[in-house]
Design a protein around this ligand. Sequence first.
Ligand SMILES: [Zn+2]
Length: 101
Amino acid sequence: MAIIVKYATDQTARNNFPYEIVSPPYPSRCCLNRMKRMGALQQEEERQFYYRRCETCGFTVREFLSTFDMARGVSLAVQAADPTWRWMERIRRNARAEYAA
Ligand SMILES: [Zn+2]
């Protein structure tokens, strides 16, 4: 899966999730209270995470779930309970196809 977060000083923060996120390279004071999870649980090799983005300045980080077993449990629960999960998967597959083209 491609890394979608781009840290840039010469571009305005932009949220084009799940395709691209432009983030300032450093967090600001606002980030302490304004970080919000975006979208579904993401998977990268054995690790799972959420994107978390500051509503004020756009600073974005990946929030990794602490243990693999717990992450797997959460993932299964999400797949069972949340129909948007499949929609997200389809979006991601389409995004990958575009990259390959
Ligand atoms: Zn911030």
